[in-house]
Structure formats: structure tokens, C-alpha cells
Ligand binder design. Structure first.
Ligand code: SF4
Ligand code: SF4
Length: 313
């Protein structure tokens, strides 16, 4: 361990309880090590997991999130949401060793002594762990959106620690946070209409028509669980499951969900529609002569028919 190591601890404190608790410790002249820097937030619910990851990436040796006791939150449940995020991050970072450097505490405005105790305990824990192994790693670029920034920061952490092989990790019920998930397809029901692909606002779903087959795929990493795909699917063939898969997220894994045969256009010979779509159309009594003709050829046919009607008038 580094000689004379003085931990650098970032403490996110909520305005109404923990920050007031720190104030109370101060006016009561309680002695504390000068190892921590407070970042005051209106509520611990404001502490985005990205703030914590960024503190680690920038070389913090430890991070504390301190808020009101359960039931006392000024904004009803901000502290409970923060707790869930901390549990999520602790699980996510378990294989990096950083989860021990992160803790959530509850401190009320009148608990100056509890604030003092928290700082002593946590400083001692970080002293034993030593300086963060992430000190001096290159700070990653900010992404186009929060998801990409999360990806960049996590990758910087894993690479900074020299972790080549990322172990699989999925959150438990208690660790799960909203906004991450994955569409799950029922290949027996999907007819390959493409409505899910066309309506997904995040570009999660992809359709590929190759070698006479329509393939439906999706990226796990960018689904925000908006459930639009579920709503627009005419066959009830898609369900969105909440969850997070660290391995799939960091490796930007593409899941192959459905593969369906395509039908060729009777006139131009190009593949243009999935076979189950044609079967569905037959059920709806669409004229058979229109089913195996692609939209462009159909337009031409209609055009030619109109011209011949015009000429014979
Ligand atoms: S839930 Fe929303 S983001 Fe996720 S795949 Fe469906 S449409 Fe796309
Ligand atoms: S899952 Fe539903 S919306 Fe998506 S291609 Fe299949 S049938 Fe169409």
C-alpha cells in the first residue's frame, strides 16, 4: 500500500438529511478525517449511476451516497430509488473490486454523530483497500446519449483494470433498475411483418433479407423497454423483458430471434415478402393474383391496366 495514503472520497449528500447531518457534525465540532468531498444534491434520487462511475473513472478511491432514512425522503421515494441503483452498481462492479468502494448510508439532519461515524468507518475501509486501481486511466469520451456514455465508462473501467474476459452478470430482482431490457420473440407467432423494426425508436431491432430468408435480430444493449414493439405487433409475438446482461451489453451482442423464408415476385423474381405474411393474407381473402407480385410490379400492373382501359374507352 502507498505510504501516507490519504483516500479521496466523494460523498453525494442529499440537501435535506445527510447534508444537514454534515452541517450538524460541523457545528458540533465533531472531528473527522479530511478525506471526503461533499457534492450536495437535492435528493439521492438525483444521483445517476453515471455520476458514480465517472467519479471512479476520474480516480476517486471511494464513493458514498448518503440520504434520508427510508420513509423520510422529501420526495417520497428518491432514497429508495438511489438504494436500488447502488445495489445495481455493486453487482455490476463486483468483478472489478470497486463494489467495496461504494456504499449507501442513511443519515438524518439531526444525526451529526452518525455522519461522523460514517466518514470514519468508510475512510478506514478505503485505507485498508488502498488507492483506487483506476487512478490515472484515460477518461473516456462522453457518448451521444447516456447509454453510450455508460458503455464508454464501463469499458474504460474494465480495460483500465486489465479485465479481458468479462464474467456474465445479470441483476437480481432487488438490483434491477428500470430502463434496461430486451425484446423476446415467439418465432412460432412472428410472421415477419417488420412493424416492430419500423417503430422501435432506439434502432434496437434489425431486419435482414439475405439468401431468401428474412432474419429479425436485436441489440441487447440499447433497448429502453418503451414497449412500442409489443404494442404494434399484430401477432402478439413479442414481449419485452426487463433486465440487464453485462456481457451482452459490453460486447454489443446481436441476438438472432427469428428466421423466415421469403417469397419471390412472380414478375421480377426478387424476394419481397415472408412466406407467413402471404399465408396470413390468404386468410384475409386478398386476391391470389396479387399475393405473389411485389409492390413495384403491382403498381406497374395497375398502371398498364388503367392505360388499356383508357385506350378502349
Ligand atoms: S421496447 Fe422499445 S426500445 Fe426496446 S426493442 Fe421494443 S421498441 Fe425498441
Ligand atoms: S414480432 Fe410482430 S411486429 Fe415484429 S416482425 Fe414479427 S409479427 Fe411483425
Amino acid at each position: 500500500m502507498e505510504k501516507d495514503f490519504e483516500p479521496r472520497i466523494i460523498a453525494f449528500c442529499c440537501n435535506w438529511c445527510a447534508y444537514a447531518g454534515a452541517d450538524m457534525a460541523g457545528v458540533s465540532r465533531l472531528q473527522m478525517p479530511s478525506t471526503f468531498r461533499i457534492i450536495r444534491v437535492m435528493c439521492t434520487g438525483r444521483v445517476d449511476p453515471l455520476f458514480i462511475l465517472h467519479a471512479f473513472v476520474k480516480g476517486a478511491d471511494g464513493v458514498i451516497v448518503a440520504g434520508c432514512h427510508p420513509g423520510d425522503c422529501h420526495y417520497i421515494s428518491g432514497n429508495l430509488k438511489a438504494k436500488q441503483r447502488i445495489e445495481f452498481l455493486k453487482g455490476l462492479l463486483e468483478q472489478t473490486g470497486l463494489s467495496e468502494r461504494l456504499e449507501m448510508y442513511y443519515v438524518s439532519a439531526g444525526e451529526g454523530n452518525k455522519f461522523q461515524q460514517m466518514i470514519h468507518e468508510f475512510t478506514e475501509r478505503i485505507r485498508k483497500l488502498g488507492p483506487s486501481p483506476l487512478r490515472n486511466i484515460p477518461v473516456p469520451e462522453k457518448g451521444k446519449n447516456k447509454r453510450e456514455t455508460l458503455y464508454n465508462e464501463l469499458l474504460a473501467i474494465f480495460r483500465g483494470l486489465g479485465i479481458e474476459e468479462i464474467k456474465p452478470w445479470k441483476p437480481t430482482e432487488e438490483q434491477r433498475i428500470p430502463g434496461f431490457g430486451t425484446p423476446v420473440y415467439d418465432p412460432e407467432k412472428c410472421v415477419g411483418c417488420g412493424a416492430c423494426y419500423m417503430n422501435c425508436p432506439e434502432g434496437v431491432i434489425m431486419i435482414e433479407d439475405v439468401d431468401g430468408k428474412r432474419k429479425i435480430k436485436h441489440y441487447h444493449w440499447s433497448c429502453v423497454t418503451c414497449r412500442t414493439c409489443e404494442e404494434v405487433c399484430p401477432e402478439d409475438a413479442i414481449k419485452v423483458e426487463e433486465g440487464f446482461d453485462l456481457e451482452a451489453f459490453l460486447n454489443k451482442v446481436v441476438h438472432e430471434d427469428v428466421e423466415l423464408p421469403l417469397i419471390k415476385c412472380r414478375i421480377c423474381g426478387r424476394f419481397f415478402v415472408s412466406a407467413p405474411m402471404v399465408e396470413k393474407a390468404k386468410e384475409k381473402e386478398v386476391p391470389l393474383e396479387l399475393l405473389d407480385v411485389c409492390p413495384e410490379c403491382r403498381q406497374k400492373l395497375v398502371g398498364e391496366e388503367l392505360v388499356s382501359i383508357w385506350r378502349n374507352m
